[in-house]
Write a protein that binds this ligand. Sequence first.
Ligand code: C5P
Length: 203
Amino acid sequence: MAEMPFVDTDIEDECTMHATSELSIKKKRKRTTGREIEEGIERQKKKNKQYQPNYFISLPITNPKITGSIQAVQDAIIQKDQRLSKAMVRSGSLHVTMLVMHLSSEEEISIAVGALSDSKVFVDDLLKGKRVDLSFQGIDHFRNQVGFVNLAENDHTTLLKEIAETMRKIFQEKGIMAGEERAFKPHLTFMKLSKSTELRKQD
Ligand code: C5P
């Protein structure tokens, strides 16, 4: 489990949507000034930011065949535009995220550590001694902000999704704010514009 550099996560879009829909309900009840709307949006943004994921569980990707291919893709992109070098995920940080969560105290961190240990027996049960072989195939992006390699759809990825889902349930049952509203989509991120404020401005 590692702390996330998540100050600028990309869930801002979703936050803004929530803020807008709540405000439209308010508007029906009483007249609202432009300033009140602005303040409401800011309040909502702050509230959503409070619960942004700050810890995650992931599988490190260290196989040199995979990391080497990723590096080749990154190099090709940088050749086209040198500025994008700042957006690249370092080879030692390549991972597939299994679960994100928000932990706000030492106590919650301990509970999460306990949940991770508890997960082992359930994960073993799903694996039944089998190996999960992850194959990577094709490049895609999230909202032109995050570049990633897809996982090939096969029985192994189905099993990976089951493991992630089981872990999410275990963490949630312990009261941890784990998982996201969006469906789990296993992927391997190799670049993200959020690594550079300059690049984010130019999107
Ligand atoms: O989990 P990972 O480190 O690969 O995530 C990289 C970025 O992709 C994060 O900012 C995350 O919010 C974003 N993401 C996304 N949509 C998803 C999964 C991740 O925008 N379905």
